[in-house]
Design a protein around this ligand. Structure first.
Ligand SMILES: [Zn+2]
Length: 474
């Protein structure tokens, strides 16, 4: 009996000894933030807005760190560590094999979904795959969603799986799903870093791999510091040290994962999209490298606030919410000179730690729903930006007629102005052309009974008609 006990202890002990733990330290002010950052901890998440920083420390140093920071809270082990469970390959998250099955079945059962296609090969020789979902004509604008650049952040993978499922299931019945797939090519990279993710499948030494598996110099390269725009600008949130969790690699795009991904993205030229990460509940936009505003700051900000209206994610540049980082995917997507600026955000899904929902489907579903709302609104905004279905006006020599919508698609009031030399009448039509309301000129309070979806506001004056598309999304 004693022998068996000792053996069991030996088997269990190494796992516990290697485990990293999350500690939540209260931090309200910039200086408290700076102090914690400069102590050299690995910062997992944190928000000035919510007043905390989560650091990841090895089990051996937990006691010491807790003593150093009064009010610190040790977060549950399963938030930082993937624990083998009966629920599947990675608890309720989709593991590498679960993903392979999901995406190939989705393609098999749906004409709008292409079979997963390789855009390159990872460091260890795995296929880097994308999936395209569309019912739009060739040449329709592309919108891209990526996940698992950091291998221990499966919450983002759950979101893109839910998104693909929703789009394909609701196509034909939900006006927005229909509109999006009829007008855009939706691209998804479910796993940017397949080597790291495979390594994390319940693994007796660690399930804490964030970086890729190029261990030539240390223990991997942080792919989200390896992109070529302002790579290695400084050492804030990006490290030259091969063992650091934010190690940026020996050169920009030194890693096969980032090189292949950027070349492929340049070939499809998306208007924008989301690079999904976890955790903390933020919606980040460029520039991250020096916390300066881009020329599209007001668009990033207003869209960001609209998208976060339901889930209350903190919206801003990385440097406003946490600290500057360079060489990440959103800065590259926006700023690289190989393409026009692409409007990408990094949502940090509001998961419990990295693996915190592994046994909690309720939280996974909640996160998915909150992010689905953002996905819809982002697509609608991006498609509006390029003027698809934009107002048309017939020639009428005596009258100049213009209809301008206010810029707040999540407001319950639709405001608009019409200029016309003759009296106008207004109507609201659904996508099938049915008149659903006849508002008066000026502001219109959207009735509660009007279902979420896409509508057209039409103004008629004399023999002239103009219309503008708008979205109701609650
Ligand atoms: Zn991440």
């Amino acid at each position: 009996m004693r022998k068996i006990l000792v053996l069991a202890l030996l088997l269990v002990l190494p796992v516990v000894m290697n485990a990293d733990r999350l500690i939540r330290i209260p931090a309200q002010t910039d200086s408290e933030f700076t102090v914690i950052r400069d102590m050299g901890y690995e910062i997992a998440a944190g928000s000035r807005h919510d007043g905390y920083v989560d650091i990841l420390v090895n089990q051996r140093f937990v006691e010491e760190a807790m003593k150093k920071h009064p009010g610190a809270r040790l977060l549950p082990l399963e938030w930082s560590e993937l624990i083998p469970s009966d629920n599947g390959e990675m608890g309720y998250y989709y593991g590498p094999n679960d993903n392979a099955v999901f995406w190939s079945e989705l393609a098999e059962n749906n004409d709008m979904v292409d079979t997963p296609t390789s855009y390159g090969t990872s460091y260890q020789g795995r296929d880097l795959n994308f999936v395209r979902i569309t019912n739009a004509p060739a040449g329709a604008p592309a919108i891209l969603f990526t996940a698992l650049t950091h291998a221990r952040e499966p919450g983002g993978n759950s979101v893109v799986i839910d998104w693909a499922q929703w789009l394909t299931t609701e196509y034909g019945s939900d006006t927005m799903a229909t509109f999006i797939l009829d007008n855009a090519q939706i691209y998804i990279i479910p796993i940017v870093n397949p080597d790291g993710y495979a390594y994390n499948v319940p693994n007796p030494s660690s399930t804490d791999q964030r970086k890729n598996m190029n261990w030539t110099l240390g223990d991997g390269v942080d792919l989200n510091r390896n992109y070529s725009f302002m790579w290695g600008y400084d050492d804030s949130g990006s490290s030259p040290s091969p063992t650091a969790q934010t190690y940026r690699g020996t050169a920009a795009l030194s890693e096969p994962e980032t090189l292949a991904e950027t070349q492929w993205i340049d070939s499809i030229q998306p208007l924008g999209g989301f690079h999904y990460h976890t955790y903390g509940g933020y919606l980040l936009f460029p520039y991250g490298y020096n916390n300066s505003a881009t020329p599209h700051q007001s668009t990033f900000e207003s869209w960001g606030n609209q998208m976060a209206a339901q889930n209350n994610y903190a919206v801003g540049r990385c440097g406003q919410i946490l600290y500057d980082v360079n060489g990440d995917a959103v800065d590259w997507s926006y700023g690289a000179d190989t393409h026009e600026p692409m409007l990408f955000y990094t949502p940090e899904v509001d998961d419990n730690g990295f693996w915190g929902s592994q046994n909690d489907t309720t939280l996974i579903v909640t996160n998915n729903l909150e992010c689905r709302f953002m996905n819809k609104l982002l697509c609608m905004n991006l498609l509006s930006m390029v003027g698809i279905e934009e107002g048309s006006s017939a020639e009428f020599v005596d009258t100049v007629m213009e209809l301008t919508l206010g810029s707040n698609p999540v407001s319950s009031v639709l405001s608009y102005t019409v200029t016309c030399a003759v009296p106008v009448s207004m109507s609201v039509l659904d996508v099938s052309g049915r008149v659903v309301a006849s508002p008066s000129v000026g502001n219109w309070v959207i009735p509660e009974a009007l279902q979420n979806g896409i509508y057209f506001l039409r103004a008629q004056g004399g023999n002239q008609t103009v219309s503008q598309r708008f979205t109701v999304l609650r």
